[in-house]
Design a protein around this ligand. Sequence first.
Ligand SMILES: [Zn+2]
Ligand SMILES: [Zn+2]
Length: 266
Amino acid sequence: MVERRLIAIEGLVQGVGFRPFVYRLAAAHDLRGSVRNEGGGVLVDVEGEPDALESFVSGLAVAPPPSAVIDSILAAAAPPRQYGTLNIMESADASERSALVLPDLATCDGCIAELFDPADRRHRYPFITCTDCGPRFTILDAVPFDRARTTMAGFPMCAACRGEYENPGDRRFHAQSIACADCGPTLRLEPMVKDSQAMRGESALAEAAESLRRGEIVALKGLGGFHLACDATNGSAVCRLRMRKQRDAKPFAIMVGGLEEAGELC
Ligand SMILES: [Zn+2]
Ligand SMILES: [Zn+2]
């Protein structure tokens, strides 16, 4: 006999691929109903066989997405409604605001592999992300974390990205920051000289790198704001940045490729 459960999951569960994870788990248990962000958590409303429901609820805490943190899972029985399908719902406007700050997540190994794979459609696409990685806090305008409430709202998905976004088997299923070179943000370098042409794509990247090597200061606009960058090993470049920032002694942050490189400098 079909039963129905309302399951409220609280914790750091928005913007970390939690709804796609719940969707896959529910589909594997042949459940029907819906999954949605609500306030600071995720609300699951599903029907199925009692054994399947029980196994589904206990499975939620077993292998959640790597960046999710579950504080609590509350399940309650409710009268069945004979749901026909399983869906991920866009969020209703929540009156309650989450106090949890969703962290930006460093590019995952899967995305790094695609980034440098000449056969991949995101080969060398600088804003590559997936359900498990990419900006969260930086692009968030309001909770719940849905694309329409992020600075990515101005970049409508292309057909290929939409296909991935809507495919439960894809690793970008409901990845709110999904983008590619055809539909997402792109690179552009504004020249210092007025009226000269802006550079785009790979040539913009190459010229920015060359500017840094020449000891110039590059203002790098990312998804969230500006970083001022210069070659940290170039004394006169650092000195000029200090003068422009009017920052005499306070240390600057140094960007490194990873923990290993940071260890060499410490
Ligand atoms: Zn990724
Ligand atoms: Zn796209």
